[in-house]
Write a protein that binds this ligand. Structure first.
Ligand SMILES: O=C(O)c1ccccc1N[C@@H]1O[C@H](COP(=O)(O)O)[C@@H](O)[C@H]1O
Length: 210
């Protein structure tokens, strides 16, 4: 089971979580987020994590794609997550500009149509991430979506479950939805951007074996 812990802002916490053996850590590059990390700190986090076998994911939403590409290069991300309304053509553009970068497209699930849209991204991305839709916020809401929707259609490429995943519900979430990975932010926090390291360890223990 792949695990991404998202919304890291502090170098010491990012290194501690990388040492726990997670697959990916997320750094929020969305200025409106309470977990936003400015470019200088993005570079510091990437530098501190460079020795660990972990995807260092820059999370963007609604930014112009050339800007995303420029920041990915200057900040040193080896993975990107597009969490807004980016199109398959946007993902193709990123893939062709940065072929070595691991690319995740987040879909905010509103209805069956959200799941039907996944197939068009398959040629261009490495993972699809399914998060809850909230009209006010782009992500990091702690809200779960209706996993029952997967009963009718399952994603055609490797995918991660996001949205309201916690150490308490991760076992049931994984058993019900059978994702390739999970992505967790507010469920392991004491405050936005400040992680609760014992809760991250608890989550990893509970997910072991899945
Ligand atoms: O965390 C944020 O502030 C954020 C802002 C803008 C886009 C995405 C964001 N986070 C993503 O939200 C999901 C789920 O978060 P949670 O576990 O429900 O709190 C996760 O994919 C983060 O990458």
């Amino acid at each position: 089971m792949e695990v991404k812990i998202c919304g890291l802002t502090r170098v010491e916490q990012a290194v501690a979580i990388a040492r726990m053996g997670v697959t990916a850590v997320g750094i929020i590059c969305v200025p409106s987020s309470p977990r936003y990390v400015a470019p200088a700190q993005q570079q510091e986090l990437n530098h501190a994590l460079a020795d660990y076998p972990v995807w260092r994911v820059g999370v963007f939403a609604q930014s112009p794609i050339p800007e995303v590409i420029e920041i990915a290069r200057t900040s040193g991300f080896n993975a990107l997550q597009l969490h807004g309304e980016e199109s398959p053509a946007d993902c193709q553009y990123v893939r062709e500009a940065l072929p070595q970068v691991f690319l995740i497209k987040a879909m905010r699930v509103r209805d069956a149509g959200s799941l039907a849209a996944i197939a068009a991204y398959a040629p261009w991305v490495d993972r699809i991430l399914l998060d809850a839709y909230d009209p006010q916020h782009l992500g990091g809401t702690g809200l779960a979506w209706d996993w029952q929707m997967l009963a009718d259609q399952t994603p055609s490429l490797r995918w991660w479950l996001a949205g309201g995943v916690t150490p308490e519900n991760c076992g049931a979430a994984v058993a019900q939805t059978q994702p390739d990975g999970i992505d967790v932010s507010s469920g392991v926090e004491v405050a936005p951007g400040v992680k609760d390291l014992p809760r991250v360890e608890q989550l990893l223990q509970r997910i072991q074996g899945h």
